[in-house]
Design a protein around this ligand. Sequence first.
Ligand SMILES: *Cc1c(COP(=O)(O)O)cnc(C)c1O
Length: 389
Amino acid sequence: MRVKTPFYHYDMELLENTLQALNNAIPSPNFKVHYAIKANAEKRVLELIQKYGFGADCVSGNEVQTAIDTGFNPNEVVLAGVGKSDDELITAISNNIHSINCESIEELEVINEIAGNLNKTADISFRINPNVDAKTHAKITTGLSENKFGIPISEVGRAVEEINKMQHLHLKGIHFHIGSQILSMDPFVKLCKQVNTLLEDLEASGVELEHINVGGGLGIDYLNPEENPIPDFEGYFKTFHQHLKVRDGQTVHFELGRSVVGQCGSLISKVLYIKKGATKNFAIIDAGMTELIRPALYDSYHKIENITADSALGIDNYSVVGPICESSDVFGELEMPITKRGDYLCIKSAGAYGQVLSSNYNLRDKAATVYSDEMSLDECLDQQNAELA
Ligand SMILES: *Cc1c(COP(=O)(O)O)cnc(C)c1O
């Protein structure tokens, strides 16, 4: 296999260790984990996660189809999304997925009609907006009443009345997702309290639920990926185990994305030019926001390392930038060993919301995918050097 920069390199051993840790941390057979496919949908990443027996969390019809094609059990696939199209709903209903997380009363009517046309009963959960502040970046907060997601708590009673009138829907549970990259357990504790209150209210009006889906959102350590390659799944599950008042027979579902795949992926890029600017040095690399848009979109920090520098030369400050014709195409400002054309940079913790968000803006080629058990990072670099020689 010949690889060309920029490319994504996936540490499959770390992914396995992460999946193992996740499995070991699950405190009760009532706790079910669905992997949020939108974080990373590379073929072998999905296959490995499926092999570990997790379910899938999808946000589009194509994700549902991909999950099923990969071998995920349709009965462990869930679908959320504030704007599901009719075609996407048909895909979900005809595959008998575990639950469609419904985000409005109008959507209930549409699903009821489509299910009727297909002669099916669709399993539904209400996606509820709990108005809990996830205390994360504004663009990845989803559980505040000002966000577009979910049914407001104040409308749940009316949603129950409506669904009771609908012949082709079965209300199975309630669903929440408050946001992403959440490192403090406080927002999750608040979520548990909201869920407990709502469950009591629903029970008082005669509604019994099979499951509670608390969504995803557990964060990763972008600052110290080497020290903390695997998130604290145990502490995360313990929070829900302690604070959520689960009834007998009820299952609790989790939809984890970033925490599963975030640390196993790196973006590898080559330095094209060093430009001495008026106030700083630019290291211009061959990867850009087309390969990893998180810094431009969310001001995200990714640790960057020059993996081929000669550290004897000393250090300097650099602004690491991509080649795209946008001033936001910046990966970060940092100190690195003296860096020159032809050096390789590793942009870390890029496994989640990295490659899936890539585009071919500026008509650029898509970055390649390299799995560590097919080619180690060292082998990739040796190959590059051999081609230069
Ligand atoms: C994105 C998303 C997730 C996954 O979030 P992470 O922060 O990656 O764990 C889970 N559920 C829903 C509904 C989502 O949209």
